[in-house]
Design a protein around this ligand. Sequence first.
Ligand SMILES: [Zn+2]
Length: 386
Amino acid sequence: VGHEHDALVVLESQLERLGFEVDRLALDDDFADDPLAGVPSRSYAGRFDVVGHRGGDAKRSLLLNGHIDVVPAEEPGLWTTDPFTPVRRDGWLWGRGAGDMKAGFAMGTLAIRAADAVSPGAAQGPLTFLGVIEEECTGNGTLAAARAGLLADAVVLLEPTDLNVMLGGVGVLWADLEIDGFAAHAESADRAVNPIEVALRLMPSLRRFEEYMNTSFADPVFEAVEQPYNLNIGVIHAGDWPSSVPPIARMRLRMGYPREWTPDEAESRLRAAVASAGAADAWLAQHPARLRCTGFRAEGYALPASDPLVKAVSRAHADAHGALPSTFALGSTTDARYYVNNFDRPALCYGPVARDIHGVDERVELASIVRGAKTLARFLLRWWSA
Ligand SMILES: [Zn+2]
């Protein structure tokens, strides 16, 4: 987050090569007040989305959306290659962001180039190619573009989907928890309060809350997902010295939640789950954990499988590869939610075959970028010929 500039410049030059008129859409810091926005972690000064436009005045318009941001690569020493030096090996490209989702940009631009080469002038309907920031933490890049009127009759997000069609995702909320201890020399640790141990005592309540969501909110959209609503502790930090009892522990968590909840409802239920841990714990009762929302305030979403956009992408895939792709939803989110939930535009994700995104040794199968482009090029040509 905050280091998107150079990658966006690469995207700009690629779009210009394909005949796009390229603009920058600046985000401004007031944007955090938008009721649909996530909570930004840093200023938007100098940061922007890239917007490419081309094509005339055909009946229908189309928007391709990709996010330029990547998640960090923790413990680079565990990787078999340096996460930020892309390496081709055994038909795969290895590196953080290779699959999620620089490969999608490659697939999108390749498809446009192929459509232009095969059928010059045919893929010249109104086409917007959007490269956004902050898909991985707020969604504010896509929201800002939609608020600015950068919409179309249909949206394809070029996320890695193993060349299947992704239709939906759960709600996602981020929150930071701050837990007080009582600092001391380790010699008197028995009379102090270690906030790391207090933090661990919150876990049974958090797991009970997770179980409640997963057992009480069955959603046919996530039928194939064993546990759609995961509550994950992604960061824990406390202390700086083995012989000291730390004063405070901090945990950062990400919670998946049901589609019927708003972000506010998800937040208040999470607060209640944290508070319930305090009810049975003398220290927490006196020193309640402080909860602050950061990042995602994403609602769950689902595009109906019957939507004509699903049929059009699936048919293009079948033409290129001989069989229909599957459709699926995941216990995560994508920027498609804004188009589907808030702007009444059909949106789905379709993209290359990637492995270990957000994990160690992220990689994308290079041939799948070409296979995906074969689908997308057919889809583009049909979109304006229909
Ligand atoms: Zn992604």
